[in-house]
Ligand binder design. Structure first.
Ligand code: ATP
Ligand code: MG
Length: 202
């Protein structure tokens, strides 16, 4: 594996819209942490996600706070505001630039699910992404994990326990008054109820 140096901090980066964060995200981060011996995994809620400009996305502060609640009990998990504090659309290349500036001594591991992996080559400055981080591509139910066309020395595949959970489904359940217990952490269930999130969306 290139870009990885013994003795340097190993930092995972889990980017996502987290609208809301769910146990699929947490298991992906936990598995990557263990498999790659990461000192820390930084969850980075997006500002405006590029691929969701046509959708209603919950205000960043709610998504950020739910991510804080969900990760609070894990001493290796932290949450960064770099994407929500940058104006405009979020591009992963900017996320990685900002985190590298904050952690110049660290090796970064960008964790991404099978559905997102398929799109990496369409992301802004795709070539540069692989110079800035090692990519960890995790399995996700309903999506074939293919890394065809990606530099194989910069991408690792990781099979993780299959959790067929998506934020889209959690939002639909909340809207329909169906339970979201055990799909998201208890504190996130309570946060959604307290702020009546996902009630008014079509
Ligand atoms: P939405 O349905 O709104 O797109 P989502 O569940 O896909 O939400 P995102 O915030 O879009 O969640 O995903 C953030 C990252 O987590 C992506 O890399 C995605 O592939 C990965 N991911 C999301 N859910 C799972 C899951 N159940 N198993 C593995 N990876 C997941
Ligand atoms: Mg998604």
């Amino acid at each position: 594996m290139t870009q990885v140096h013994p003795g340097r901090p190993r930092v995972g980066v889990m980017g996502g819209t987290f609208d809301p964060v769910h146990h699929g995200h947490l298991v992906a981060a936990s598995e990557a942490q263990a498999r790659f011996d990461l000192d820390e995994v930084i969850f980075v809620p997006t500002g405006l996600p590029t691929f969701k400009l046509d959708q209603d996305v919950t205000v960043a502060e709610h998504r950020y706070l739910m991510t804080v609640i969900a990760t609070a009990s894990n001493p290796r998990f932290t949450v960064s505001r770099v994407d929500i504090e940058r104006d405009g659309v979020t591009y992963t290349v900017d996320t990685l630039r900002d985190l590298r500036a904050q952690r110049p001594d660290a090796d970064l591991f960008f964790i991404t699910g099978a559905d997102a992996v398929e799109q990496i080559l369409t992301w802004k400055d795709a070539g540069e992404l692989f110079d800035m981080a090692h990519f960890v591509a995790v399995t996700r139910p309903g999506h074939a994990l293919s890394v065809a066309g990606l530099p194989d020395d910069r991408v690792s595949l990781l099979e993780i326990p299959a959790l067929a959970i998506s934020s889209t489904d959690v939002r639909a359940r909340a809207r329909a008054g169906e339970p979201v217990w055990y799909l998201v952490p208890d504190g996130v269930v309570q946060y959604i109820a307290k702020h009546r999130l996902y009630r008014g969306q079509s």
